[in-house]
Design a protein around this ligand. Structure first.
Ligand SMILES: [Zn+2]
Length: 119
């Protein structure tokens, strides 16, 4: 079990396991947020507290909701609008530095080809 926390601690994520790989995406939103994504199934991640105060941002086809802490503004995770979609992203920038250091970072060209650049 590992934890990710926003800067002020109001929004935390308890996560089943440390990520082996992280995704550094250059799409229009990820590059602006400056995030590194660790992907999980929603059942592997628990929001602490369950009603943690986040604001969300959606755009385009509104398939994803990007959550940020209402107090400190850190982007914490994204979740699919469709609950049948079994995938979510946690911002690994909120994890401990040693967790991040142990994971391999893959660069995703989300802006153009939607392919990983380095494998
Ligand atoms: Zn916060």
């Amino acid at each position: 079990m590992i934890e990710a926390s926003c800067h002020c601690g109001a929004v935390r994520l308890a996560i089943e396991s440390a990520p082996e790989t992280l995704t550094d995406c250059n799409c229009s939103i990820c590059r602006r947020y400056g995030v590194l994504w660790a992907y999980y199934r929603p059942g592997q991640v628990r929001l602490v507290p369950p009603d943690a105060a986040t604001d969300t941002y959606m755009w385009d086809d509104r398939s994803l909701a990007f959550h940020r802490c209402r107090t400190c503004g850190c982007v914490t995770h994204w979740a699919p609008s469709d609950p049948a979609r079994d995938r979510m992203g946690v911002n690994a920038r909120l994890m401990d530095l040693d967790v991040r250091a142990a994971a391999r970072v893959r660069r995703l060209d989300g802006a153009v080809t939607e392919r990983y650049l380095d494998d």
